[in-house]
Design a protein around this ligand. Structure first.
Ligand SMILES: Cc1cc2nc3c(=O)[nH]c(=O)nc-3n(C[C@H](O)[C@H](O)[C@H](O)COP(=O)(O)OP(=O)(O)OC[C@H]3O[C@@H](n4cnc5c(N)ncnc54)[C@H](O)[C@@H]3O)c2cc1C
Length: 284
């Protein structure tokens, strides 16, 4: 399908981009990689009168590792996979991005675009929630930082105001020795997840799990952490029995819906298996 008619702007500064968006009062859209917005426009799910291209904005393509990891909003999937530093600085992020889309899309799609698009089956929203990341945004009211847990309000719906642009995604430091796992089931490698799990925990001085984080993708209208499953893990030795209990607690904690891809019962069972496998990988 052809796109609806729209005006196009390619500003050179963040301030100009924000004022272009603000002037249309919700009828303008930023474009980064275009891998979600262009299909949405082709299907008339979105028809902004103005598209504001972010590609010339300075400083948004950088990956900074300074204790934590900071990803500029225009960092692409390919940039993450090509940056050898990230394998140590945030291996869970890299593991998840390995499942994002296909070769051509990875060359264009960006982390900021994925977060703003807020597909509940996408990997990056799940990772930012699982890892307590923060989203830095700038709009006409100024700059603010939104905790990932407060950012996603539902499928394709976020806390972003229409004039706000994501500038950076900030991950807390990743300590050496942290155990982690990412598991996803999709119909084909690179498709959106039917269900996925991102887990990590640290090991305390007595050899028990601490600071457990269990995030799941594709089983609700937004990515989520599962405190009931984290409680099973925290303070316990991670062995086969504990992993089986955590998997059962996962299936009990989610409320997926039937859709064209899978029944709710299948997803409920599948996400338990994803957590089981992710914890198995972490423990190994
Ligand atoms: C065939 C196909 C398969 C795919 N498979 C997967 C997959 O398996 N997993 C996955 O996660 N994704 C997948 N994607 C989506 C892909 O990763 C997109 O690139 C990504 O979701 C959006 O990034 P983008 O840079 O292309 O954003 P765009 O398409 O440019 O924009 C998407 C939305 O975000 C807004 N936006 C963009 N940047 C910003 C910003 N900095 N601040 C505020 N708003 C912004 C836009 O206004 C728009 O609403 C797939 C896409 C295709 C076409």
């Amino acid at each position: 399908m052809k796109l609806p008619a729209f005006e196009y702007a390619c500003p050179a500064t963040l301030a100009e981009a924000v004022s272009l968006l603000a002037a249309r009062d919700g009828d303008a859209k930023a474009i980064a990689g275009g891998q979600s917005l262009v299909p949405m426009m082709a299907f008339r799910v979105a028809s902004p009168s103005l598209v504001v291209d972010l590609r010339r904005l300075p400083g948004l393509k950088e990956i900074k590792i300074d204790g934590g990891v900071r990803l500029g909003a225009l960092v692409r999937w390919r940039d993450i996979l090509d940056d050898a530093r990230l394998a140590r600085a945030h291996p869970l992020l890299v593991a998840a991005v390995n499942h994002v889309a296909h070769y051509q899309i990875r060359n264009r799609g960006t982390v900021g675009g994925s977060i703003a698009h807020a597909d509940p089956a996408a990997e990056m929203p799940g990772i930012v929630v699982a890892c307590d990341a923060e989203i830095a945004v700038t709009g006409k009211a100024g700059a603010r930082v939104i905790a990932a847990k407060d950012f996603f309000l539902g499928a394709l719906t976020t806390a972003l105001a229409p004039d706000e642009i994501i500038t950076e995604i900030r991950f807390p430091a990743w300590p050496t020795g942290r155990r982690f796992g990412f598991q996803e089931f999709a119909l084909r490698r690179g498709d959106f997840a039917i269900a996925a799990a991102a887990v990590f925990y640290d090991i305390d001085a007595s050899g028990r799990a601490a600071n457990a984080h269990v995030g799941v993708i594709g089983v609700g209208d937004r990515p989520m952490r599962l405190p009931a499953v984290e409680a099973v893990l925290n303070g316990a030795r991670v062995d086969g029995d504990l992993i089986a209990r955590a998997a059962a607690a996962t299936s009990a904690a989610v409320e997926p819906q039937d859709d064209i891809h899978a029944s709710a019962a299948y997803r409920r069972s599948l996400v338990g298996t994803m957590v089981e496998r992710a914890l198995g990988a972490a423990a190994a």
